[in-house]
Design a protein around this ligand. Structure first.
Ligand code: FES
Length: 109
């Protein structure tokens, strides 16, 4: 695991999201209540774009079939809410540790 500079703190909108491609990874970084959470951008169900999902408390809901993931742990909290969930199950996803130093954010990948 290595720590890499991600961006300036100001690059992530307050209570918003920004996406990054780093080392062949596609990552969405969320700003939630003065904390930052990095998660694989593609949902583990059918690759829905979690960067367009709905954040509530410290969870993200996929915009396609409403799977819900914990932003801190990547644990799947709710399975897909439509018939699509019968054909393919979602699973836990990957999260990455974010740290802040001065005006910069770093990610461990
Ligand atoms: S693609 Fe995310 S729940 Fe189906």
């Amino acid at each position: 695991m290595s720590k890499k500079k991600l961006c300036q703190v100001s690059d992530i909108p307050t209570d918003g999201v920004k996406t990054f491609k780093i080392d062949n990874l596609d990552i969405a970084v969320f700003s939630v209540e003065d904390s930052y959470y990095a998660i694989d951008r593609k949902c583990t169900h059918l690759k829905g774009n979690l960067a367009r999902g709905k954040v509530k408390d410290k969870t993200i809901q996929c915009p396609l079939h409403r799977s819900v993931f914990n932003l801190e742990s990547g644990v799947l909290l709710n399975h897909p809410g439509t018939l699509a969930g019968w054909f393919k199950k979602a699973k836990n996803t990957k999260v990455y540790k974010i740290s802040e130093k001065g005006n910069e954010l770093y990610i461990e990948i």
